[in-house]
Design a protein around this ligand. Structure first.
Ligand code: AMP
Ligand code: MG
Length: 961
């Protein structure tokens, strides 16, 4: 019967029967494997009887380890250290003889690994002496002795082996007093594994007792040696046996992801180091019992249920649904290898697929089947599998799986005494290494499952692992409480963490004054009428001058029958007239809809139609002239025109009235207009003033197109605070040199840039010499992801004394900016990701998973933005508005904007931007839905299908279809 058939039949059995049958099958498989025993090699060297060296083959596992060692010579990662404390009188002679005898018995401990040409061999030679260096710390005071012992243990455990020269076992003795010693063992993994440690201690105990009593060594000679196993393995695992195993694994692992990308605290180095640390973890007795109970009910072993929980956790942490975890097996299924010291352990790649959001019970069924099938094919050494699968090798992470789970058998039976009167306790001290990104090791105890997380310190902080440990407990508790619940919706967060995420990190929820933007402006026009409000090359307007002209335009709009609350299209070149147009429309109580005259006519026509505007304002007569009916409906802002009548009293609609409608790219081919109110904008400044200190001495640039909402920030930063706005002509904004000249000439203090524009400005600024940009106070980045490292040359030059660098993440739908992050040397040099900081105090950011639950710190989630910046919605698009502006799933009654952006909270509560979940892209800050372009291209009769992509060759992004 094939494995699949068997699995199919098993599925249909009741759990108790199924379990029984599984156990029988397992035994049968073991027996089948045991029938042919492993032969001894021809007797050229048999356990120390000959003085000559013998050269033999390596096992597959040894061979691979040897290559790994070659790759990273001197790494302690493959040291297997352990230390025991010995209490009682010690017979040093008996101890040494015991060690000698162990090494004599186990050839592999005295094998040297020698490469000659292509061939790699282990050379086994007799040894006559076993060095046991002694360090006497008996003279030291207690605490100092303790500290020194630990230092020694650690040092000893990290000292590398020279596989060509050293024995694979070394020992050292630390004397702390007449009745207290520490015995430090280190074996190299090439000759050992966890099981071997138990064997070693058992042999030591028996030998020491005998030697101490003056008796001959009591242990029977070993049935075979490790080298016999190696030779046998190479002869056995060929032909059909090999094929059967390979076929299973090839099928089972086809298309498995190469890398499990857990959320890390630091980017993955291009070359993995093996630096690691350990955190303890424990499940309560109650939870452990409940798990065991659920396991029995479902016909699954404790291993299976814990693995299912761990894989579910990894799925939820990484957002990947196809999870491969390695799990070591002792691989000592034949009785003759049981007493050996040697590298037998093998690891099985256990894969769980969760794309269909299974219930926990269903996942458990899958994990059980996969585990049993893997046991059935456990003879294929991992190293052969990696070769056979032809996996791409990376120096940055181990192949096939990067995360490991082990459930240890308890009661390994290691004795707790040496001889009669020497009490032995195993110390656990980690040696600061990790072979995998993350390894969870558990063992059953009376108080429940407990164990450790071993983790790479290149990737994770201890606190992150601590949280992971909490999440595992929460998830398992949820699973036992309701096994039918989907794995994707099991809660990960405990109460405290949930509180922290929901209360503290989301933002303080402050409120700020909302006013009308033109009122703020009018206030300054009354206070400082003669201050310059806006300049562009060769022209300037004072606050009073701008107020009068805006008012005149408002009057004309009013005369032409426009009512407050309407939308008015604005089609303006970048000029003073554009600013007059915006203010004039607002003064009339209307919302402006900015249209870019340089855009294709078709698009302009479409937008013009969509705005529902009855009137337009333009700076040039030609702007809208060729749209039928619009010539008559367009008012011109005539430059230099003397103000006519003024509008009194000004209409007061209040801050809840829309101030503008900005169109953004739509994924299905149609752009959509975002309606933003006066209040949305006014509170943005009130809520960020404590960071920036806006005021009348600041000089800002209008650098960005007014169809892009960064311009809203650039306009009202000065005009609502008595400052000065420099309108940057379009050609200047496209020339870093010309723009830099303008910054210096106009003594600009407040600069706003997309990172891509600023990247071009940096070299120009640096080339300009010491003069630099003396007036600049702030540089605010926004509109697209910032790689902090791109600022390194700037910071190098200006250091911390230069202008404040700030990254602000934002979206049109939530009014320009959402978050704030001051960037210092640390961010810029540390290679951190795109850190966007904390929400503006009256906004809230929630990170939710696809099931609408908050994700833990470190884990990627979709960003939802709530608070006073959230726009009214899309103009005349109720369904789309309902889709993107959603009720807070956490029930706080707020409306949240669903951004489509992925982010995560770092452990310190700072947000990091991770990218998009859809096909929206940013090119020089322009927001583009690839779907919109595809839909448009698809209208052409010659285009059957098309795909639009971003071409990033040369660091400059371009669209390609
Ligand atoms: P827009 O509506 O044109 O402002 O575009 C909003 C989108 O730009 C966001 O949803 C993000 O994808 C991206 N974005 C804006 N600011 C940032 C930032 N500081 N870091 C990363 N992405 C950003
Ligand atoms: Mg923006």
């Amino acid at each position: 019967m094939s494995t699949e058939e068997r699995a199919q039949r098993l599925k249909n059995l009741p759990p108790a029967k199924r379990r029984l049958l599984l156990e029988l099958l397992q035994k049968e498989a073991d027996r089948a494997r045991n029938v042919r025993s492993i032969p001894r090699r021809a007797p050229s060297v048999s356990a120390g009887s000959s003085a000559s060296a013998e050269s033999v083959e390596l096992s597959f596992a040894q061979q691979r380890l040897w290559f790994l060692e070659r790759l990273l010579p001197g790494t302690p990662a493959y040291n297997l250290p352990f230390a025991v404390r010995l209490e009682g009188p010690l017979d040093r002679g008996a101890l040494r003889r015991s060690l000698c005898e162990v090494v004599r018995r186990h050839e592999v401990l005295r094998a040297r690994f020698v490469a000659s040409g292509e061939r790699l061999r282990q050379v086994i030679a007799p040894v006559h002496d076993f060095p046991l260096p002694v360090l006497d710390l008996a003279g030291l005071p207690r605490a100092a002795g303790e500290a020194e012992t630990h230092r020694r243990v650690r040092e000893e455990s990290r000292r590398p082996f020279d596989l060509e020269r050293d024995l694979a076992l070394r020992a050292a003795l630390v004397r702390r007093g007449p009745e207290e010693h520490f015995l430090l063992f280190t074996m190299h993994h090439i000759a050992s594994d966890g099981w071997s440690i138990g064997n070693l201690i058992r042999e030591m105990a028996a030998l020491y007792g005998a030697f101490q009593a003056g008796l001959p060594p009591p242990l029977p000679e070993l049935p075979i040696q490790y080298a016999d196993y190696a030779a046998w393995q190479r002869g056995w695992l060929v032909g059909e046996v090999l094929e059967r195993q390979l076929a299973y694994w090839r099928r089972q692992l086809a298309g498995a992801p190469e890398l499990l990308e857990l959320p890390t605290d630091r980017p993955r180095p291009s070359v993995q180091s093996f630096r690691g640390a350990v955190r303890r973890t424990a499940l309560t007795a109650d939870l452990s019992l409940a798990l065991a109970h659920l396991g029995r009910e479902a016909g699954a072993t404790p291993f299976m249920i814990l693995l299912a929980g761990f894989q579910a956790l990894l799925c939820r942490q990484s957002g990947q649904t196809d999870i491969v975890v390695g799990s070591p097996i002792a691989n000592r299924t034949r009785p003759e290898v049981e007493p050996l010291i040697g590298f037998f352990i093998n690891t099985l790649a256990l894969r769980a697929e969760m794309a269909d959001a299974p219930s926990f019970r269903c996942l458990l069924g899958r994990v059980s089947e996969v585990t049993l099938a893997a046991y059935d094919h456990q003879d294929l050494p991992f190293e052969r599998l990696v070769d056979e699968l032809g996996l791409a090798r990376s120096l940055s992470y181990p192949p096939l799986y990067q995360v490991v789970f082990t459930l240890q058998n308890t009661g390994s039976g290691a004795p707790l005494r040496l001889g009669e009167d020497l009490r032995l306790t195993l110390l656990d001290d980690d040696n600061g290494t990790a072979k995998f990104d993350l390894a969870l090791t558990l063992a059953a105890s009376d108080e429940g499952f407990r164990g450790t997380f071993d983790y790479r310190t290149d990737l994770f902080d201890g606190t992150t692992i601590e949280r992971l440990s909490h999440h595992l407990r929460e998830l398992l508790a949820g699973a036992v409480a309701d096994p039918e619940r989907r794995v994707s919706s099991l809660a990960l967060l405990g109460t405290a963490e949930r509180q922290q995420l929901l209360r503290e990190w989301r933002g303080p929820g402050d409120t700020f004054a909302e006013s009308c933007l033109n009122d703020l402006f009018a206030g300054w026009a009354a206070r400082t009428p003669d201050a310059v409000a806006v300049v562009s090359p060769g022209e300037a307007l004072t606050y009073d001058g701008l107020a009068r002209r805006a008012s005149a335009l408002a009057f004309r709009l009013f005369e032409s029958g426009i009512q407050p609350g309407e939308r008015v299209a604005l089609c303006a070149e970048r000029s003073l007239g554009m600013v007059v147009g915006i203010l004039g429309i607002l003064e009339a109580g209307c919302a402006y809809v900015p249209l870019d005259p340089s855009q294709p006519r078709e698009r302009l026509g479409l937008l013009l139609e969509d705005t529902g505007a009855r009137m337009a304002v333009a700076t040039g007569r030609e702007a809208l002239a060729d749209f039928p009916g619009w010539r008559e409906r367009t008012l011109l802002v005539v430059e230099g025109e003397e103000p006519g009548g003024t509008l009194r009293p000004r209409p007061t609609l209040g801050p809840g009235a829309p101030a503008y409608v900005i169109y953004t790219s739509g994924s299905t081919g149609k752009p959509k207009g975002v309606m933003v109110t006066h209040g949305n904008v006014a509170r943005l400044f009130a809520a960020t003033a404590h960071w920036f200190g806006f005021g009348p001495t600041d000089v800002w640039t209008l650098f960005h197109s007014y169809t892009f909402d960064f311009s809203v920030w650039e306009l009202w930063g000065p005009l609502a605070h008595g400052g000065r706005l420099v309108v940057v002509p379009h050609w200047v904004s496209r020339s870093p040199e010309a723009f830099y000249d303008l910054l210096a000439r106009e003594r600009v203090t407040f600069l706003n840039q997309t990172p891509s524009a600023f990247r071009q400005l940096i070299p120009v600024a640096l080339a300009a010499g010491e003069a630099g940009t003396p007036a600049l106070r702030w540089v605010v980045f926004g509109g697209e992801a910032l790689d902090p490292r791109s600022l390194a040359p700037w910071v190098e030059r200006y250091g911390e004394t230069g202008p404040g660098l700030v990254n602000m993440y934002g979206i049109t739908e939530t009014t320009v900016h959402v978050t704030y992050r001051r960037l210092g040397r640390r961010e810029i040099e540390s290679g951190w990701g795109s850190v966007i900081g904390v929400p503006i105090p009256d906004l809230a950011v929630s990170l939710l998973d696809p099931a609408g639950q908050p994700v833990p710190a470190g884990v990627a989630g979709e960003m939802y933005v709530g608070g006073a910046g959230v726009a009214v919605g899309y103009l005349d698009r109720p369904e789309l508005t309902a889709e993107r502006f959603v009720p807070d799933p956490l029930g706080a009654g707020d409306r949240l904007y669903r951004t489509g952006d992925l982010g995560r909270f770092r452990a310190d509560g700072q947000l990091e931007y991770l990218g998009r979940i859809d096909h929206q892209v940013k090119i020089r800050g322009f927001r583009i839905e690839l779907g919109e372009i595809e839909a448009t291209l698809g209208q052409h009769p010659a285009v059957a299908a098309c795909v639009v992509m971003v071409d990033e060759a040369g660091g400059d992004k371009r669209l390609a279809a």
